[in-house]
Design a protein around this ligand. Structure first.
Ligand code: PEP
Ligand code: MN
Length: 351
């Protein structure tokens, strides 16, 4: 059930409707839009019993939402969600593409700073890197843990880039939310419902990766888990799915971009690194993803990929990333988007 407020409804009227919903034993989610506010109702086991909601001042109408996902849906909010970051001009979901780059894993301070320096000069506004790595083998490098988070925080202080890193369980999430600007939930955890709910109680935006065999509906329902707990800053990420194809590690499903955008107001970014698994294919798919209309890219970059402790085969060299950024600056305007200029040309940016 969705309560659509009148365009001129006051904050008090909105608050009164939310209180009424909560007094009926449900949860109210006010989602302000450009034209009007809609209030999503969750927490109901069956049909919502609307009581006298439709007679309250400022209410325009009550709409039954038939789709299984509600808060992620354009029914609740038609305008795209744009996520902003205090003290930064970077956004995710805005006209300017969000460019997230960095190594698969934080291996050392020297390695992380070396990559950070190069990608920031190329115009990336977000730095990625895993401190907690979900590895197929228990004998592979598992990440530096909190030490990795500390290195990333230092990188934010020095370069101004916002930090995005993965939480693999509730314990690591508590630390990740303390240090990072965006919490990443990995493909392997897309249906870890207790982790999704915990991320939904965080104040930090969440980047949710699509599970490697997840349908669009399963993906949107995973995002709904996060939003239903009150965290509306969710970023979806296509990172490739398992298919029979063996020329790539995964098959990057770019058609998910328009499919998501039709149903949901949430931003969607594309990861062509995990989506192909091969360095020589990353730039092509990154360009295609931008042309397909994604809201940003997340790309693995390493200064010495042959010696990387994880995902070296799909990590770009910094010079390749720099070239890609120059190409994206040409492609993006063709579809009404832009790519951040290099920081030397950026006003008010201190290093
Ligand atoms: C990653 O981003 O390094 C990662 C582990 O991604 P995914 O969860 O998509 O495999
Ligand atoms: Mn990786």
């Amino acid at each position: 059930m969705l309560v659509v407020m009148q365009a001129l409804a006051t904050d008090e009227q909105i608050r009164a409707v939310c209180e009424k919903i909560e007094s009926l034993g449900y949860r109210a989610h006010a989602m302000p839009g450009a034209q009007r506010t809609a209030i999503g109702i969750t927490g109901n086991r069956g049909e919502v019993e609307p009581g006298t909601l439709d007679e309250m001042p400022g209410v325009q109408e009550l709409i039954r939402v038939s789709k299984p996902y509600k808060l992620v849906s354009r029914d609740v909010k038609d305008e795209k969600t744009v996520i902003s970051f205090p003290g930064s001009d970077a956004t995710i979901g805005g006209k300017s593409l969000a460019i997230i780059a960095g190594p698969c894993a934080i291996e050392s301070r020297t390695q992380a700073f070396g990559v950070a320096d190069r990608i920031q000069r190329s115009g990336a506004q977000f730095f990625r890197g895993g401190a907690y790595k979900p590895r197929t083998s228990p004998y592979s490098f598992q990440g530096l843990g909190e030490e990795g988070l500390r290195i990333m925080a230092e990188i934010r202080d020095q370069y101004g880039m916002r930090i995005i890193t993965e939480a693999i369980d509730n314990e690591s999430l508590a630390l990740v939310e303390e240090y990072a600007d965006v919490i990443q939930i990995g493909a392997r955890n897309m249906q870890n419902f207790s982790l999704l709910k915990r991320a939904g109680r965080s104040k930090k935006p969440v980047l949710l990766k699509r599970g490697m065999s997840a349908t669009l509906e399963e993906f949107l329902m995973a995002a709904e888990y996060i939003m239903s707990e009150g965290n509306y800053n969710v970023i979806l990420c296509e990172r490739g799915v398992r298919t029979f194809a063996d020329h790539t590690r995964n098959t990057l499903d770019l058609s998910l971009v328009p499919a998501v955008q039709r149903l949901s107001h949430l931003p969607i970014v594309v990861d062509p690194s995990h989506g192909t698994g091969r360095r020589d294919k990353v730039a092509s798919m990154a360009r295609a993803a931008v042309a397909a209309g994604c809201d940003g890219l997340i790309i693995e970059v390493h200064s010495d990929p042959d010696h990387a402790l994880s995902d070296g085969a799909q990590s770009m060299f910094p010079a390749q990333f720099e070239r890609l950024m120059a190409e994206l600056r040409i492609i993006a305007p063709a579809i009404g988007r832009s790519v951040c200029v290099e920081p030397v040309a950026r006003r008010g940016w201190s290093r």
